[in-house]
Design a protein around this ligand. Sequence first.
Ligand code: PGA
Ligand code: ZN
Length: 439
Amino acid sequence: MTTSTRFERVVAREVLDSRGRPTVEVDVRLVGGATGRAMVPSGASTGKHEALELRDHDSGRYNGLGVTVAVGNVNTVIGPALAESELRATDQAAVDRMLIDIDSTVSKSNLGANALLGVSMATARAGAAAEGVPLYRYLGGLTGGVGVIEPRLPLITVNIISGGAHGGQNLDMQDFLIVPVGAPDYRTSLEWSTRVRQSVAALLEAQGHHTHLVADEGGLAPFLSSHKQALDVIVAGIERAGLRPGRDADVAIAIDVAATEFYNGNEYVLATESSRLDAAGLIEVLASWTEQYPVVSIEDGLAEDDWDGWKALTERIGDRTLLIGDDLFTTNPGRLQRGVETGAANGVLVKLNQIGTLTETLQVIEDARQAGYIPVVSARSGETEDAFIADLAVGVAAPQFKVGSTTRSERTAKWNQLLRIEEELGAGAAYAGRDAFGR
Ligand code: PGA
Ligand code: ZN
């Protein structure tokens, strides 16, 4: 047992993500024989404060998006360093500390956050395998401050209509999603979600839209003439599915505005509606939607550095709306702290590759809890068949989980993993449901 969880070999390779772009896959093998594999996701509407995703910029391969340098950094720098060290894979915090130290930059630009994260995640998988426990239980045990967390299935947020950088700029805003708030358990929430998606697709078909071509996260991507049209068709789709739209009914609505993408440094430029708004103007639009529609959650309602706007938005509708910072916080403990101190947002999107190690990600979740902010574990628009985040969401009992649509296998890989975990936890499985808003 004494040497069994030390590192024997760490190997990376270049594989493809769901957009057909290269990404990093890492295999970790421990001396005792346990193994772990992980794949790194990649964003499109990335925040400028994210850790650096290292790309080759060799225009002769994959349009410059190759990751052979990041892969080489794992194979020739990180891997040998871990194999020569006394570190144990089960000491995740020490492994991640070493990764951060070898890289030695704040943005992880030296070796690449994609190189570091692949090793970090594969290490956790190998650690779980060595201990013979499911990944979600293992991850729950890593959260230092609060001790072992009881696994719980999250309330899901499901993409129905996509726009922005994920949908060919058909709409300015990025995601119109549903939240099956009234479902009694996870499995039912997933069935309701697929039913609503099919209903919305049928309604859009009837209006003459194409619904077989889908966006990056599998959402429908119709060219609508206003954002309210997206909200209207989703409400109608919920009803057509035989469910009741409403905050306290069966299915509510969430929006990822991804406002950074249409902020020009001065104004929010909405091409769909030919309008230009300042922060106050956009806040009024969003506030009016929370009155006219069962919108329970708004992500990135304002741009990533519009701290004053965020404070005003939170004062305006934060009492009745979950306001999630994605590009605003970039899963970064320092930025979350600034948000807590200034009263910006009341929730934080959690994406492993925005910060680059598992330990820092767990830290953000813990900090969010301490501050009364709701952590929402999330996929990226560029995903893989790796379902690590499903185990993460259950393991840390994250109240909410956002993966994209119910189509495309890189999305269903996560939904299906939650089905397996729900089965394994059995009849008494805890489910966040309505408690997922903490109020
Ligand atoms: P991204 O999109 O992965 O392209 O950043 C996901 C999101 O904005 O939530
Ligand atoms: Zn987002």
